[in-house]
Design a protein around this ligand. Structure first.
Ligand code: GLY
Length: 390
């Protein structure tokens, strides 16, 4: 395992969580003009999207965690209001809506039993399930998918596993088999298409719409079609671990999670924080991606919990990863960051490619979904959220 060669400073989880809560308070007080997407690393000012884009749920998700931690109705009311604002996205044809409506909306049901959140998340899940394509054996990205190119009706990507937790949650709430059946088929097919022989992950694929056969694999956001983009590996780890925790038959899913997690642990830099793509020839003179690393930490903590005693290595790796993020990339711990605002997870790489959508064209910033997953990890480590439940 490469993770562990560099000493990670001891981190106080409560203190780190207080820093992130301070950032949430700062954002709540700043009258955001829309959904926070990423923030300038120096000024802390948010670039916002009007309707939330695919990242929109990360902000209400942070508010739900703050509500569950503190019991403060201010956070719950704000989470509700932002969820209501996301509702216009519920019927869009995009597999990525699973991200916002699980981590940002269904979470309100899971953490504080919010009925309004439950109804909205269920409405979205019942729309999501209709995107399933029998010939492809999965939910395609969808014609309204929030990607820079090639989002036709027969395009797939590892990121589309974002659909899985919403479907599994809907199955748990309604007992309807269609949600579990489609979650299982989609997860299996997406992992099959994108996890390579050696356990590394390619982001995207193009399928034959008539037969479902694989035409080619490629990337939307990584360095190249044959490289390993940090967040491709990260989404695979998170959602296969989540499937192992929530899908019936954990022993089917945990080997998938172990395979992709082991690849990460063998390849991540010794200080525990990934570069944006494992194969960028400019390493170490290139961007880190703390957001992908935080996603992985959340997956490792889940995997460790699912595996019980066998999972100690993953729990320990998850904890070391969170500590590395907090110690070296969360303000105010970062020397010379030039910012006074605490609780900002810097060094997230959204999309450095030239064809990036304009709203994603930032290579080193505070990304709202990175902050969400860091907070989620801290809530798991302090007992507010059980890794097998969220
Ligand atoms: N499309 C999800 C991501 O950028 O990670």
């Amino acid at each position: 395992m490469s993770l562990g060669r560099t000493e990670v400073p001891a981190v106080d989880w409560d203190e780190a969580r207080a820093q992130v809560l301070a950032r949430i308070d700062d954002m709540l007080g700043s009258e955001l003009p829309g959904f926070p997407h990423w923030a300038d690393p120096t000024t802390g000012e948010w670039f916002c999207t009007e309707d939330g884009d695919w990242t929109g749920g990360a902000w209400p998700g942070m508010l739900w965690y703050a509500a569950a931690q503190t019991g403060d109705g201010r956070y719950r009311d704000a989470a509700r209001a932002w969820c209501a604002r996301m509702s216009k996205r519920a019927d869009r044809t995009t597999a990525f809506k699973g991200f916002g409506f699980f981590h940002g909306v269904a979470l309100g049901d899971l953490l504080v039993g919010d009925e309004q959140a439950r109804e909205l998340a269920l409405r979205t899940a019942s729309s999501l399930v209709t995107m399933y394509d029998e010939r492809l054996g999965l939910l395609p990205l969808g014609v309204q998918a929030e990607e820079s190119h090639a989002v036709g009706a027969a395009a797939a990507s590892i990121d589309s596993l974002q659909a899985t937790p919403l479907l599994l949650w809907a199955h748990g709430v309604t007992g309807e088999a269609r949600y579990a059946d489609i979650a299982r088929a989609h997860t299996e097919r997406v992992l099959d298409l994108h996890v390579r022989e050696d356990g590394s992950v390619v982001q995207s694929s193009e399928l034959d719409p008539a037969t479902g056969a694989l035409i080619r694999t490629h990337t939307h956001k990584g360095y190249s079609d044959t490289s390993t983009w940090c967040r491709a590996q990260a989404w695979a780890i998170l959602y296969s671990a989540l499937a192992a925790a929530r899908m019936p038959g954990a022993d089917v899913w945990s080997p998938h999670a172990i395979r992709v997690a082991d690849w990460w642990l063998e390849h991540v830099p010794a200080d525990g924080v990934s570069y944006w793509d494992f194969d960028d020839p400019a390493i170490p003179e290139t961007h880190r991606d703390t957001s992908g690393t935080a996603i992985v930490a959340s997956g490792l903590l889940r995997l460790g919990s699912v595996l019980g005693e066998r999972g100690a290595r993953y729990t320990e790796a998850g904890e070391r990863t969170v500590a590395a993020l907090v110690a070296r990339h969360l303000t105010p711990y970062r020397p010379g960051s030039g910012t006074a605002t605490p609780g900002r997870l810097l060094d997230g790489c959204f999309n450095p490619r030239p064809e990036s959508r304009p709203q994603d064209a930032v290579a080193s910033a505070e990304l709202i979904f990175g902050s969400f997953f860091l907070l989620e990890c801290l809530q798991m480590l302090t007992g507010v959220a059980a890794p097998g439940r969220v």
